[in-house]
Design a protein around this ligand. Structure first.
Ligand code: ATP
Ligand code: MG
Ligand code: MG
Length: 385
């Protein structure tokens, strides 16, 4: 297939899986990231890559000059230069810079969702002062979720204020960050839906999954979501689709949501790119999130999103220490588990809490899945609980 070249801002694991998927369709990719050997560049060795930062305007321009379509594997990129390139009209950019700008400021994103009638937890912007935190706590109650508006990931940028005297500690922890306060959500589950949006703005969603976080980082994903509430999945998919319809540009989006005990659904946040909660789609769905992202941004036909298996799970492999052997030994063990597919991201160094790889499990039933999952959880570096 003759394909236009895709430039990816960011070369981590999401870029790596995107590049691996691109190779199946013989889509050429060029990657911009600091190191010459980042996870994504390793699997696209034939591509012409750029060493540099996705925050550096010159490097982004250099990448843009080499490719037909620009996309991102991370939202914390330089949007000013993307807007400049969009105006110049020399390269397609997906998702659109406007979308990335809205999403990279989590408070602005909340305002956008609210303005489009989507359900979100009440939030207020705050100055970095004890008084402002107290006022926010008066209005929204305790515990109170304090969040950095920008540059947040894996909960880095969040502070749970359980009592007012913690306000100073919160300011120290979130120092120099623009802040907002979010009403605490007593969710019973976290759920997520991947949504693919075409250049024409049509959306298609993947099955709803349950996501389990540990210390703010995704730990496990179960697909599909199980619930006694038979309408829940279609309600959650409808919310996620509406959220993505409110944005511009093509590609895959990850919509993180909270499920409340009365069945209400709130949108937590949207990722304008492939998402950890969608890794399972590689083995478990008819078309992976990565392939559908490429198809969407290249205006190719979108692939079907349904599950190919009755039950699936994804287990993140986080570093427990600097010891890479713990990760490789675990990965080797996982190869012996029926239904397990092992993904290692090729990161040069292992660190506590760093995403080093993941396992996807597929099974013919939930009980078969649980049986296969148990030994993996027992042997997971750093333990599972
Ligand atoms: P990501 O890596 O997903 O981008 P992030 O740093 O942007 O993470 P959030 O998604 O805002 O962080 O929050 C991380 C986790 O904190 C959520 O998955 C959820 O478990 C918890 N959380 C976030 N907001 C709230 C809230 N308002 N009430 C209760 N828990 C929350
Ligand atoms: Mg986030
Ligand atoms: Mg999140």
């Amino acid at each position: 297939m003759q394909s236009r070249t895709v430039g990816i801002l960011g070369g981590g694991q999401l870029g790596r899986m995107l590049a691996a998927s691109a190779s199946l369709l013989n889509i050429p990719v060029s990657i911009l990231d600091v190191g010459p050997n980042t996870p994504a560049k390793q699997v696209a060795a034939h591509g012409v890559h750029i060493d540099g930062s996705f925050s550096d305007p010159d490097k982004v321009r250099e990448l843009a000059a080499k490719v037909d379509v620009l996309t991102v594997e991370i939202e914390h990129v330089n949007v000013d230069v993307l807007e400049e390139l969009q105006q110049a009209g020399t390269v397609d950019i997906h998702p659109s810079p406007t979308t990335i700008r809205i999403i990279q400021d989590k408070y602005r994103q909340k305002e956008h969702l609210l303005a489009h009638g989507l359900p979100v937890s009440p939030s207020i912007p705050i100055e970095p002062s004890v008084l402002a935190i107290q006022e926010a706590a008066d209005r929204l109650g305790l515990p109170l979720m304090l969040k950095s508006k920008t540059l947040a990931y894996d909960g880095r940028g969040n502070f749970v204020l359980r009592e007012l005297p913690q306000a100073e500690e919160a300011l120290r922890a979130l120092s120099n960050r623009p802040l907002y306060a979010e009403k605490w959500v007593k969710f019973i589950k976290e759920i997520a839906v991947m949504v693919v949006r075409t250049v024409e703005g049509e959306v298609t969603s993947y099955p709803v999954v349950e996501t389990v976080h540990k210390e703010n980082v995704c730990h496990l994903v179960f697909a599909p979501l199980r619930s006694a509430d038979i309408g829940l999945s279609s309600r959650a998919r409808a919310v996620a689709e509406r959220a993505v319809q409110s944005l511009n540009g093509a590609g895959i989006f990850g919509v993180e949501m909270f499920l409340l005990d009365d069945g209400e659904i709130l949108v937590n946040e949207i990722a304008p790119r492939p998402h950890n909660s969608g890794h399972y789609t590689i083995e478990a769905c008819e078309t992976s999130q990565y392939e559908n992202h490429l198809r969407a941004i290249l205006a190719l036909p979108i692939g079907r999103t349904g599950l190919k298996v009755p039950s699936a799970a994804m287990l993140n492999i986080l570093g427990a220490s600097s010891d890479m052997a713990e990760v490789s030994n675990f990965a080797k063990f996982a190869l012996s588990v029926p239904g397990a597919s092992v993904h290692l991201y090729g990161k040069a160094e292992c660190r506590k809490g760093r995403k080093m790889g993941h396992i996807t499990l597929v099974a013919n039933s939930d009980s078969e899945l649980r049986i296969a999952l148990r030994p993996l959880l027992e042997k997971l570096p750093g333990g599972s609980s």
